[in-house]
Design a protein around this ligand. Sequence first.
Ligand SMILES: [Zn+2]
Length: 156
Amino acid sequence: MSDTINQFYHDHGNHGAEHAECGTVGLVDRLRKAGLRPTRQRIALGHLLFSRGDRHVCAEALHAEAQSAKVPVSLATVYNTLHQFNEAGLLRAVAVESSKTYFDTNTSDHHHFFIENENRVVDVPESQITVSDLPQPPEGMEIGRVDVIVRLRPKS
Ligand SMILES: [Zn+2]
């Protein structure tokens, strides 16, 4: 999957800044390579998600962005699309609470701060956290990855 994403950035870079549709062309390609049909809604939401650099968004926030961008889409569709993007490897879900999932446009391995009073997720570079003494996985299993969420609150 990371090959697909690297390929996207590679292709994207070659178009040059003068192509106004460059972002959309790259996105259609990227959706196809991830096995998703490039529907108008997926393209519109993908554009909102991926055109602003690395970010962490929840369904409600993306729905609000879509509404201000006059993209006619329901919250349920936003929710489904985010989960489809996650399953296709275009996003990585960061579940900070059972009821609250953020979607990360940066799918590389890294950890997170969660600022509880602001409901905000911030990246922590993987190199800044060392996880040691991991439990032995059960027979026939291996550790896929380790996600650390460091929860922050203002000093009392
Ligand atoms: Zn992140």
